[in-house]
Design a protein around this ligand. Sequence first.
Ligand code: URA
Length: 269
Amino acid sequence: MNGFSGSEPAAAQQDVMLEWARDAGIDEVLEEFPIDRFARSRTPRPRAQPARPQPAAPRAEQAPHTASALADARARAGSAGSLAELREALAGFDGCGLKLTATNLVFGSGTPGAAVMLIGEAPGADEDRTGEPFVGASGRLLTRMLASIGLQRDDVYITNILPWRPPGNRQPNTFEREVCLPFLHRHVELVGPRFMVMLGGTAANTLLKRDGSISRMRGRWYDFRGRGSGDPVPALATFHPSYLLRSPERKAEAWKDMLAIRARLDALG
Ligand code: URA
């Protein structure tokens, strides 16, 4: 008998399940919305090949949790008057579950006030371990790409859409991206770049509130509009360095984008 027999009432089954999870050391909630696996097992299985599981849609009772996390993010980000305060505000923010599994907050690196601000997706294992963005294999490629147009890492400012590593480097979900976005908007305001470079589809789609393919977006300049009513910041979409490591045949296109960055910097004088 495994304690999950169909004859037990659902509440008792859930108690058994919770006890089992506690005994197994599972004591944190990592998804923003609970998944009712009992409901799933009650649903008759289709005969055809089952579709890939989709994230559960938000239900009415989950909305306040989401709304309060977003409100908290906006309030904390909005009240940060400096990068140091913004970092502190992020460190104290508990509205994104990724913080629970990450080792370090990865805030940003480089020179505040730099003309160009690069924005990636999320920290990987090396960044999570060190607390610095783009220090692993894709970071080394990014350093070489910058050097190819005469830039050192300290000539730019670098951060990510998400400051915490998603477990196993999975793609960040919509909620995680949106709840961290107020901090990124404030980050851009405080760094004050003349233009931005969006590294990869997650960065471009999150910042531009789109759902496009990076292959089609790359090489194009967009207007990034943050929270405030100020002028938009020009933002170039390009491939993510980790994609270039997997698909070196796309480096020629990325090189064109690097030249566009160089030309834009030169035009600033
Ligand atoms: N990939 C990213 O998008 N950001 C990092 O900091 C490292 C890898």
